[in-house]
Design a protein around this ligand. Structure first.
Ligand SMILES: Nc1ncnc2c1ncn2[C@@H]1O[C@H](COP(=O)(O)OP(=O)(O)OP(=O)(O)O)[C@@H](O)[C@H]1O
Ligand SMILES: [Mg+2]
Length: 378
């Protein structure tokens, strides 16, 4: 068993708090993605797990054993770095064999040979063993870098943005390969990325990290459909979740979220109580682009919005609209007849919307039932 547990990990570099009281449990055999913007602390987290950084506070456990003070070579954890460092003067074979030749005691030659060839076979680079890194493509170099951690057969693999140096098509290919590889190896894999599509498509669970603090840990569909806060809503999904600042107030015996030109009325159940508790406060209304309705789909809505731009993306069209001075992006099917400057009715799929408190935490999620509706302002 090789789960990874981080307990109240804080890592400071002088005044910089790179990790802030991190609590995480990465399960045995899990494909676990850490998603966050530059500087969020992703690399620091991996370096702390493998033992290249000592936490300022807190403890690290691998397979149930505390390893906070165990040197990197003795943790059974391997890391593939962001920059894919290979030895330029060594052949692919020697690059793969190097981590094994460093081991103490050094495995016998035959054993090293077998493990190098096994790793090369898994990664489909057997035909490249005699080449030098300079004569490899980006994707091949990538495989060799991963191979260097495969040969050691660690219990936990850490990969730091391993695909960021590759072009879009190759990334796509390697993404699928890595996922299958992990499934075959059945080993715990922690994968760091700032690419939400990568995180969404590969992981069993995603951890969204911001400024050294965990924002949410959940399977991709939960992170997408039930973001814990506005940061997660805007980090996961393209385009980012639309957010509109509204003001909550009592109205007509119920609650309304108001803007200049429209209001959203809450009735029944959770919506009413969650919003009533916010009366007198600013809130943020959240809706994904695919949950914004325009034109005929919003017939009957009192809200008219001006089209700012139309972006055809092939499979769908993103329409940018002006709602009381804020841009709202709507995702519509291709072939929609719509022109900039047009005024179109706008509404939302109220079975899928969100309300966040002004600081960002989720206070209401539709959860499949429409307890909110759009109305003219009172
Ligand atoms: N050795 C160091 N000395 C000082 N500050 C550091 C050091 N390593 C990291 N930091 C700081 O800690 C914070 C987190 O850095 P880290 O490299 O972990 O971020 P990251 O999420 O991996 O970013 P990126 O996506 O750019 O790789 C940053 O503010 C960074 O400047
Ligand atoms: Mg990094």
């Amino acid at each position: 068993m090789a789960d990874v547990r981080l307990e109240r990990i804080t890592k400071r570099f002088g005044d910089v708090v790179a990790l802030n009281e991190l609590d995480l449990h990465i399960e045995d055999g899990e494909f676990f993605c850490v998603l966050g913007p530059p500087g969020a602390g992703k690399t620091t987290m991996l370096r702390t797990i493998v033992g290249l950084e000592r936490p300022s506070e807190g403890s690290v456990y691998v397979g149930g054993t505390e390893v906070t003070d165990v040197p990197p070579g003795e943790r059974n954890v391997s890391i593939v770095f962001q920059n894919l460092a290979l030895y330029p003067d060594k052949s692919v074979y020697d690059n793969l064999a190097f981590p094994l030749r460093q081991q103490k005691p050094r495995p016998p030659k035959e054993e090293i040979d077998k493990r190098v060839r096994d790793a090369a076979k898994i990664l489909r680079i057997e035909q490249l063993l005699d080449r030098k890194p300079a004569r490899l493509s980006g994707g091949e170099r990538q495989r060799v870098a991963i191979g260097r951690s495969l040969v050691r057969a660690p219990l936990v693999y850490l990969l730091d943005e391993p695909l960021s140096a590759l072009d879009a098509l190759l990334r796509l290919e390697m993404r699928a390969e890595l996922k299958y590889l992990q499934r075959d190896l059945k080993r715990t894999l922690v994968y760091v990325t700032h690419d939400q599509v990568e995180a969404m498509s590969m992981s069993d669970r995603i951890c969204v990290l911001r400024a050294g603090a965990v924002q949410q840990v959940a399977p991709p569909e939960i992170v997408y459909n039930e973001p814990a806060n506005t940061f997660v809503g805007q980090t996961v999904g393209t385009p980012p979740m639309n957010l509109l600042p509204l003001r909550a107030d009592h109205a007509n015996g119920g609650v309304e979220l108001r803007s200049q030109s429209f209001a959203i009325a809450g009735r029944g159940g959770d919506a009413l109580s969650a919003l009533a508790a916010r009366a007198g406060q600013a809130v943020q209304f959240g809706a994904r682009a695919e949950d914004v309705r325009i034109g005929q789909d919003a017939a009957g809505s009192p809200l008219r919005s001006r089209v700012i731009a139309v972006e055809p993306l092939g499979g769908e069209v993103i329409v940018d609209l002006d709602v009381d001075g804020h841009i709202v992006k709507a995702m519509t099917p291709p072939g929609i007849q719509i022109e900039p400057d047009e005024l179109v009715p706008l509404s939302f799929d109220f079975t899928r919307v969100h309300v966040f408190e002004n600081e960002g935490s989720a206070v209401y999620r539709a959860g499949g039932e429409a307890h909110l509706s759009i109305s003219a302002p009172a």
